[in-house]
Design a protein around this ligand. Structure first.
Ligand code: IPE
Ligand code: IPE
Ligand code: MG
Length: 253
């Protein structure tokens, strides 16, 4: 917590202690938005915002692990983000490689299992091989499942699932009559994982941007104006505290 005063540290501890450990969201998903605006406010290139954003990724992953969150899904790069200027895309890929190289041992030591949501085939070789290595190394870890949504788009995910189901029907692996919600979800990148309980989006935008459309059917949404590079652990605790005040009904009364 470098940079925090003693009072700030106490304030953060206080928030953390207010979180009810018996009512934690099992799965938190985050649309990490606002890196570009964070940089612009400081007259810095957008890439400086992405760099600072990686610091928040480290902090939030650590905080989730310590709290006992079981699944954390981070939206890192969407299928639409390829349309950004090439040098920005290159920087994002470079930051991903650096993050994995620097953090993999720590993540592994902390029993974090890395998964990717999205088609990694389209990624450049270097990020692809680092991702494959990270998945392989952490595959038996159990404490926190860290899903990195990379080249992820929910509509593509659903279409891909439909294609695979059609394939399995065609080759008699499943019967059309068998297809139900439980079977269908297994064909999504999230597989057997529970749906997100809490979906956080930073930076003030209140939209879903092609993220987990099927999985967020009953998620609680938390929107905050805080830009992602400013979203520190105390902001996470605030989001969880807000979640814990909500009454989830799932259609019942
Ligand atoms: C989120 O920040 C990071 C990615 C989408 C990769 P943005 O880069 O979208 O930042 P803004 O929305 O332009 O401020
Ligand atoms: C969503 O943010 C994607 C990620 C956070 C990776 P964007 O900044 O790309 O979304 P829009 O363009 O504001 O909808
Ligand atoms: Mg954005």
């Amino acid at each position: 917590m470098f940079g925090n005063t003693r009072e700030e540290i106490l304030e953060i501890e206080k928030l953390k202690n207010l979180v009810d450990k018996n009512k934690l969201p099992r799965h938190i998903a985050i649309i990490m938005d606002g890196n570009g605006r964070w940089a612009k406010k400081r007259f810095l290139p957008r890439t400086a915002g992405h760099k600072e954003g990686v610091e928040r990724v480290k902090e939030i992953v650590k905080a989730c692990g310590n709290l006992g969150i079981e699944y954390l899904t981070l939206y890192a790069f969407s299928t639409e983000n390829w349309a950004r200027p090439k040098d920005e895309v290159d920087t994002l890929m470079k930051l991903l490689v650096e993050y994995l190289r620097k953090e993999l041992d720590t993540l592994h030591r902390n029993n974090v299992k890395i998964k990717v949501l999205g088609n990694i085939e389209r990624l450049p070789d270097l990020p692809k091989s680092e991702i494959v290595r990270a998945i392989e190394k952490t595959k038996n870890n159990k404490k926190l499942i860290l899903n990195i949504a990379l080249n992820y788009g929910s509509r593509d995910e659903i279409i891909e699932a439909v294609k695979n189901i059609v394939h399995d029907v065609k080759y008699n692996k499943i019967d059309v009559e068998e297809i139900n919600k439980e079977i269908f979800k297994k064909y999504l990148y999230t597989g057997d994982q529970p749906d997100p309980d809490l979906l956080i989006r930073t930076s003030g935008e209140q939209r879903v941007s092609n993220f987990l459309l099927y999985q967020i059917a009953y998620s609680e949404f938390y929107f905050t104006d805080t830009l992602w590079p400013d979203f520190k652990e105390e902001h996470l605790y605030k989001a969880i505290l807000e979640y814990q005040k909500r009454e989830r009904r799932f259609g019942k009364i």
